[in-house]
Design a protein around this ligand. Structure first.
Ligand code: ZN
Length: 461
């Protein structure tokens, strides 16, 4: 399998260090607001990478952090009159629920920075002792000039960075590009004691320390959005390689393209976010996933209602191909999924080309529907479609609310149906019909029978 490595600037054949297991670290969220669709795109991309590596036979260990102490968390908590820890805890729960709703496999370990202060302090002390970092007025800074190849990930030089950036003068720093490993506490902020005074860790050192704690000195894959290449990942390399002396810190740096709304990157600071919860009111989890995968993971993607709505119909086409049909006669012609499977795997081997992989699945689905009409045997083809879809994390749930976690419409539909039943008992037929008509308008079909009312989503195909 070829995988694009940002460090090398090209797609490379993927081989893990031991050929059997894969150590994968993915940068996690700063939990101070609801998980948005931009996060969802990134974590779906790494979910598919992990599922494909597992399909190839690798044992993947996936670690993903929470940056659970940060200026924005502190500020938001202060506004709400709660502790930073409570605020982070609340949005971490939101994050887990959202990942489950999107059928994103959970990481094996989710370290929280605030619970890893001891090892983080050890890493900083190691860097200070070896001349890679220095304390200054309660802070500790990394000395970028001590790293011979600083800039190798983002393919820049220190001189180039300084020329291109407006640099704030900070008299505590030896060099303007030096960055904080430890930030001295300001009044009213959460803090931990350290040899350099009370304070909290900087963002970059958290990821260096947590990845080393849970995965060791060298990782096979380190992932995140393209906006993390500089400075976050550049700084992680500098710190980690200085701390351990082991090179490379990461064999493959994998970065996803960013989700855009209109012309802009979707970001909290621009205030143009769509939360996953909002998106799931309109679209199924499966259609969101299909929409993300319809674009290559390294390309930017525009979040549009038309795009998501079109995927609702695509998801239905796939589900339709998987619906059971009467057994074909024993001598029926059999649909061979082999060619579709080969195209799928070739596409995935080519730096996870999911748009091409999906195209082969849609072709297979179309052939299955044709074979069904012709009375052919398509059992093997259906098994293959389900299996290949599983590699992309597609569950093919029928749209009756399964697989959508707490965001499902199912319980609300059932409340409406129970109310309609009560209204019919007391002969309030007008109101009962109003509920039925409203549901039908929302795409829910009702069937009254002797055993009660059954409902399902109307096929959108
Ligand atoms: Zn990180």
């Amino acid at each position: 399998m070829k995988l694009y490595n940002t460090l090398a600037g090209e797609a490379q054949e993927f081989v893990s260090a031991d050929g059997k297991s894969v150590k994968m670290y993915v940068c996690g969220v700063t939990p101070y607001s609801s998980t948005h669709v931009g996060h969802a795109l990134s974590y779906v991309a790494f979910d598919v990478l992990r599922r494909y590596l597992e399909f190839l036979g690798y044992q993947v260990k996936h670690v993903q952090n929470f940056t659970d102490v940060d200026d924005k968390i502190i500020q938001r908590a202060r506004e709400q009159g709660i502790s930073a820890d409570d605020l982070a805890g609340r949005y971490i729960e939101d994050f887990y629920a959202t990942m489950d709703a999107l059928n994103i496999q959970r990481a094996h370990v989710y370290p929280r920075a605030t619970q890893e202060i001891g090892p983080i302090l050890e890493t900083i002390a190691n860097l200070v002792d070896n001349g890679y970092a220095y304390p200054a007025a309660g802070d500790v800074y990394f000395r970028v000039t001590s790293s011979k190849d600083y800039g190798k990930l983002s393919h820049r030089t220190l001189d180039g960075m300084q020329a291109g950036a407006r640099i704030d003068v900070d008299e505590n720093k030896e060099h303007p590009m030096d960055f904080a490993l430890w930030k001295g506490a300001r009044p009213g902020e959460p803090f931990w004691d350290s040899p350099w005074g009370p304070g909290r860790p900087g963002w970059h050192i958290e990821c260096t320390s947590m990845s080393m704690t849970y995965l060791g000195d060298m990782l096979d894959i380190h992932g995140g959005g393209q906006d993390l290449v500089f400075p976050h990942h550049e700084n992680e390399i500098a710190q980690s390689e200085a701390a351990t002396g082991a090179q490379p810190f990461v064999r493959y740096w994998v970065h996803n393209g960013l989700l855009q709304l209109g012309e802009d990157k979707m970001s909290k600071s621009l205030g143009n976010l769509v939360s996953v919860e909002e998106a799931l009111v309109q679209y199924s989890a499966e259609s969101l996933r299909l929409y993300f995968l319809s674009s290559h993971y390294r390309s930017p993607l525009q979040y549009t209602n038309e795009g998501c709505a079109a995927m609702e119909r695509s998801a239905e086409r796939l589900r339709h191909a998987l619906r059971p049909t009467p057994d074909a006669p024993g001598d029926a012609e059999e649909l061979d999924p082999g060619p579709f499977q080969r195209r799928f795997l070739e596409a995935m081997d080519d730096d996870l080309n999911t748009p091409r992989a999906l195209a082969s699945l849609f072709d297979l689905a179309r052939e299955i529907n044709r074979a069904r009409d012709a009375g052919h045997n398509m059992a093997a083809a259906q098994t293959s479609l389900r299996h290949l879809g599983g590699i992309l994390g597609l569950a093919f749930n029928e749209r009756n609310g399964e697989g959508q976690g707490h965001l499902s419409a199912k319980p609300f539909i059932e409340i409406l149906l129970a109310t309609r039943e009560k209204l019919r008992e007391v002969k309030q037929y007008d109101l009962a019909d109003q509920i039925r008509d409203g549901l039908v308008e929302q795409g829910v079909t009702l069937e009254d029978s002797a055993t009660g009312t059954h409902w399902h989503y109307r096929d959108s195909a």
